[in-house]
Design a binder for this molecule. Structure first.
Ligand code: SAM
Length: 292
């Protein structure tokens, strides 16, 4: 990060900027010889206002531990640290994971950061227990990452994530909506979800070819046990693999091998066998799992 780009302070001295703008993103990418890859969903935010808005929307509280997935060059990480969070960041790309502590030491010395170089889909242990998730998620794996984290880290009580708009609307959809699907029903197992804002494509480098939204969640009490969750999720998958079919057909494979057997289970669960998955809440799916 070159000194000539730094903001001038009132006394004439130069101050290192606390967040990354286009110049710092360009410098860091050059330094690391990083060409953003689509495979890893690498679109880096280079707009400090967007970063501060995300941090504010997330309601980050000074001193709490925040989990960030995919810190990349550190745009959001620095925003979280600026707000006083202690950040645990999980990054799959080794070059980015190795550089992040250096960037933070230069731009926000004395702040608390732990970097874990790992795949967020596999991580089951973290150096500290996070209470909040704040992340600009890699778009190709955002739903599996969210479900994995909510399953393995019960300390996570709430979060704000940036995802592809289409995925965000699915996560926040209610039964009966056109976009309600397996991600909506599974996400609802863990709590309440809402759309918390839109994000312009222009704040990213490179500019993605999809729109983005912020999605917020508040964890609720799980409606069932871990074993019941696994059974419920298998039923949800079957219901939405053939979403146009009536449940007695769509679920025949997972409920006894025939549509007659499925009808009997559905009757015990007090679900109309002629209804479709898109009409059912997660509690309805759980009742079916319990009636097997
Ligand atoms: N947070 C940064 C920002 O806002 O500028 C970067 C966000 S970028 C959309 C997604 C980041 O997730 C990239 O840094 C990418 O390397 C990382 N990533 C992709 N797949 C991952 C995975 N499975 N586990 C952890 N990090 C991953």
């Amino acid at each position: 990060m070159n000194a000539h780009r730094h903001e001038a302070e009132g006394n004439g001295a130069v101050a290192t900027p606390r967040l990354l703008g286009p110049a710092e993103i360009r410098d860091l990418a050059q330094l690391l010889d990083v060409t953003p890859t689509k495979k890893l969903g690498q679109n880096f935010v280079h707009d400090a206002n967007t970063v501060r808005r995300i941090v504010q929307t997330a309601g980050v509280v000074r001193g709490e531990t925040v989990l960030e997935i995919g810190p990349g060059l550190g745009s959001l990480t620095l925003g979280l640290l600026e707000a006083g969070a202690s950040v645990v960041a999980v990054e799959i790309d080794r070059r980015l994971a190795e550089q992040l502590p250096h960037t933070v030491r230069i731009m926000q010395p004395g702040t608390e950061l732990a970097v874990v170089h790992d795949d967020a889909l596999r991580v089951t242990e973290l150096p500290r227990e996070p209470v909040r998730l704040v992340a600009n998620l890699p778009y190709n794996v955002s739903v599996p990452v969210l479900l994995h984290l909510l399953e393995h880290f019960p300390s996570l009580r709430s979060g704000i994530v940036m995802v592809q708009a289409e995925v965000g609307h699915r996560l926040a959809a209610e039964p009966g909506s056109k976009v309600y699907g397996a991600p909506s029903a599974k996400a609802a197992w863990y709590g309440r979800w809402r759309i918390a804002g839109q994000v312009s494509r222009m704040v990213f480098w490179p500019v993605p070819n999809v729109d983005s939204v912020l999605v917020g969640f508040e964890r609720g009490d799980a409606p069932g046990t871990d074993a019941e969750r696994a059974a419920t999720f298998a039923i949800i998958d079957s219901a939405f693999q053939q979403r146009r079919k009536m449940l007695r057909q769509a679920l025949s494979g997972v409920l006894g091998g025939s549509s007659a057997a499925a009808t009997a289970v559905l009757a015990r669960a007090e679900i109309d066998p002629e209804s479709r998955g898109e009409q059912l809440t997660v509690d309805d799916f759980l009742r079916i799992a319990r009636a097997r």
